[in-house]
Design a protein around this ligand. Structure first.
Ligand SMILES: [Zn+2]
Length: 494
């Protein structure tokens, strides 16, 4: 049995006895211009310790001033995931000591977060499932400890405080997830929605979206939760799914042997495909939360809330439904096209000018996506723009290009990284639109396939497609397909 099948079989076996209970905590950096409580630029990748000031360094006497845009982004994100916005929320100090947090505390929210009681509905094999969202609260990020990359990294750790004070929202789910696949779907949907709202770039490699997962097992049918372990710092959704699968098998093995799961924080090592213990939770910090004395309560008045929510874009699910209705495209095509807001926007512009929006969508899925996969590119990196694709679709629709010619042109686009119109203008394939030349080809095809001619004349009109295919092949893909179809029908009906 292949490794993947063994894993699936082992998980299925565990599921007959144990039910996983999974909750997710997602940290999302907000794309504000400046930091949460000071005027330092909020940018990624600046030289270390250049975007800092007395406030984000926590120097004595420096006072925080709340960033209005951070509140607006948090409110927009919260509403997009169905949360109720609290009119008065309170910032709190979360006290802990760590080298990348010079203040010795983090400004966060505790018992009165800005938003609560949201949900997402994720697809599962048993149909759509509602996953509760406990809360969304605002907080600030810490700096970064740098353990490698320096000549003396073996004996020293460096610290970059640029990230200190970057505005975050933390989104905490209810423990409603039951499988690693559900966790994966939840995260995918959450990221998609956040990207649509524009509040974050959700770039996991740069740490703009980070996820911690809590997981425990309980005997099937039992209400009470088992002891959970927390898996931290996993930097892709695929790895989170793998880490959860690993944890389910690890915890089941312990419990089956009559042992206890230890409540602890674990790290996932993607190279080894396993988690290992980082620190025991029993020894975890007591954060000694108390209201932040340097900030007044945050008030999002009904008028301000309404103003913020008036900027809510159409969210992915609604957009998919509308695009299916507006353009007559398939659900699968709509799913691909709404991958990102930018792509959906581009498609809609292209679709409005194209003769057949449906053909634009078809070409994207049949010709572009596969070529992107081969080159390991994202849709945003495609050399063929949506406008270029619309032109290609029009040329196919009018019969000026055969599907074989289209394929060749797309191949060139991907080889040379040029958009379709440029390649088309240069390479403009020679098309045989000369009626007598086409008729000669058709006569030959008809003469060498008497059986199919008989079928056609016996009433099986769909055989016409066979002749079009054969004649197209004989013309080396250069016949004008529309003209070819007409001529073949005429010849066969004669
Ligand atoms: Zn600052």
């Amino acid at each position: 049995m292949a490794a993947a099948e063994t894993l699936v079989a082992s998980l299925q076996d565990v599921y007959t006895r144990w039910e996983p209970v999974i909750g997710l905590e997602v940290h999302v950096q907000l794309l504000t211009q400046t930091k949460a409580f000071c005027g330092c630029p909020n940018v990624y990748g600046a030289p270390p310790n250049t975007n800092i000031c007395p406030t984000c360094l926590g120097l004595p006497g420096a006072l925080p001033v709340l960033n209005r845009q951070a509140v607006e982004f948090a409110t927009l994100a919260a509403a997009a995931i169905g949360c109720e916005i609290r009119e008065t929320s309170i910032f709190a100090r979360k006290n802990y000591f760590y080298p990348d947090s010079p203040k010795g505390y983090q400004i966060s929210q505790y018992d009165k977060p800005i938003a609560e009681h949201g949900s997402l509905t994720v697809p599962t094999p048993a149909g759509p499932k509602r996953i509760g969202i406990t809360r969304l609260h605002m907080e600030e990020d810490a700096g970064k400890s740098i353990h490698d990359g320096f000549a003396d990294s073996a004996i020293r750790t460096y610290v970059d405080l640029n990230r200190c004070g970057t505005p975050l929202v933390e989104i905490v789910s209810e423990p409603d997830l039951r499988t690693p696949d559900e966790a994966f779907e939840y995260l995918t949907l959450l990221k998609e929605i956040l990207l649509y709202t524009g509040v974050s770039d959700c770039n996991m490699e740069e740490g703009s979206l980070r996820c911690d997962a809590n997981i425990s097992l309980r005997p099937r049918g039992q209400q009470q939760f088992g002891t959970k372990a927390e898996v931290k710092n996993v930097n892709s959704f695929r790895f989170i799914r793998a880490a959860l699968e690993y944890e389910i098998l690890r915890q089941a093995e312990l419990l089956d042997a009559g042992e206890r799961v230890v409540q602890e924080t674990r790290l996932y090592n993607s190279a080894e495909g396993r988690t290992y213990s980082m620190r025991s939770k029993e020894a975890a910090h007591d954060y000694r939360y108390f209201p932040e004395p340097d900030l007044t309560p945050l008030i999002v008045s009904p008028a301000w809330k309404a103003e913020i929510l008036s900027r809510m874009p159409e969210l992915p699910e609604a957009r998919r439904a509308r695009m299916i209705a507006d353009y007559g495209i398939a659900a699968q095509d709509a799913a691909t096209l709404t991958n990102s807001r930018a792509l959906a926007d581009q498609f809609e512009v292209a679709a409005k000018s194209a003769r057949s929006p449906r053909r634009v969508a078809n070409l994207l899925n049949s010709e572009i996506i596969s070529r992107l996969r081969l080159k390991n590119l994202e849709l945003e990196q495609s050399p063929v723009s949506m406008a270029g694709l619309a032109k290609a679709a029009d040329l196919a629709e009018s019969g000026d290009l055969s599907s074989k010619q289209l394929k060749q042109l797309f191949d060139i686009c991907f080889e040379t990284s040029e958009d379709f119109p440029a390649v088309y203008e240069r390479e403009k394939p020679q098309q045989i639109s000369d009626t007598s030349a086409l008729e000669a080809i058709i006569d030959e095809v008809i003469a060498s396939n008497p059986k199919q001619v008989e079928q056609y004349r016996g009433g099986k009109k769909t055989v016409a497609a066979f002749f079009v295919g054969q004649a197209m092949k004989a013309s080396k893909g250069q016949a004008n397909p529309a003209l070819l179809g007409d001529l073949i029908a005429k010849k066969l009906d004669a």
